[in-house]
Design a protein around this ligand. Structure first.
Ligand code: BTN
Length: 239
């Protein structure tokens, strides 16, 4: 495993995508600052300073990719929760992969597959974690109520230490995850997941699906009981 560090970059995911063919499997790109950080559904990921985590793992999982691609973000959300727990905090997951503390977002995950001429070249799996943010900056984050690890534990968090813990935690079970898929993390994922049993609305592209959050299936999709019956969704955002 190799780490590549940038003082400033547009986005670790963009860099990873542009250079994916030249970069080895399991390489980690991280930066002190992102000038154009990106989130899911073309949202922006705001740069909140160099003491926060902006990192992308480059993966070339070969043939096994098809089975696991859609669940990689869920795998990384579980691993992020495990690292947050080492700071004495109880994290939560909002399906599919937002990491929260007390309902407030602390980490976001963005997975991007890179194809050239129809051939899959690899995956750029990015994560941003709020580690050291001021209360004023947290309030300024658009859309979502957010938090940061320092605000939760009441002291500064060492970014490099968090990064190393997360890399170690990620690769500990990664090979097994490639073989077993979501089933290997399902139990742990369910331990962290919030809103189960509640009435929720999921934004799926241009439509909204409303229903009771029944469970998470073996393939990581969410099962909703709507007034038209059962719906299993693989993408979307709980709103
Ligand atoms: C989201 O919650 O919408 C996903 C946010 C992902 C942000 C991370 S920060 C590191 C990597 N580089 C990016 O431009 N985005 C991801």
């Amino acid at each position: 495993m190799k780490k590549i560090f940038f003082e400033e970059i547009t986005s670790t995911n963009t860099y990873a995508k542009e250079n994916i063919e030249k970069i080895d499997d399991k390489t980690v790109i991280y930066a002190n600052r992102q000038t154009n950080g990106r989130g899911r559904f073309s949202r922006k990921w705001i740069d909140l300073g160099s003491r926060n985590l902006y990192m992308t793992i480059i993966l070339h999982p070969g043939d096994k990719l098809k089975q696991v691609h859609s669940n990689l973000t869920q795998y990384l959300s579980v691993k992020t929760c495990k690292v947050i727990e080492t700071y004495g905090i109880c994290p939560q997951i909002k399906w599919p992969n937002d990491v929260l503390i007390d309902g407030k977002k602390i980490a976001g995950i963005l997975s991007e597959a890179v194809f050239r001429k129809g051939e899959l070249k690899g995956i750029a799996l990015g994560v941003g974690v709020n580690l050291n943010v001021t209360t004023e900056d947290i309030i300024a984050i658009p859309d979502k109520i957010a938090t940061s690890l320092n605000l939760e534990i009441g002291c500064e968090v060492n970014r490099n230490e968090f990064l190393d813990k997360l890399i170690e935690e990620f690769f500990k079970d990664y090979e097994n995850f490639l073989v077993e898929g979501f089933k290997s993390i399902k139990e742990t994922y369910l331990k962290y997941v919030i809103l189960k049993g509640e009435k929720i609305t999921v934004q799926v592209l241009n439509r909204e699906v409303e229903g009771k959050f029944e469970t998470i299936n073996d393939d990581g999709t969410i099962k909703l009981i709507t007034n038209k019956g059962e719906e299993n969704l693989s993408i979307g955002d709980i709103i």
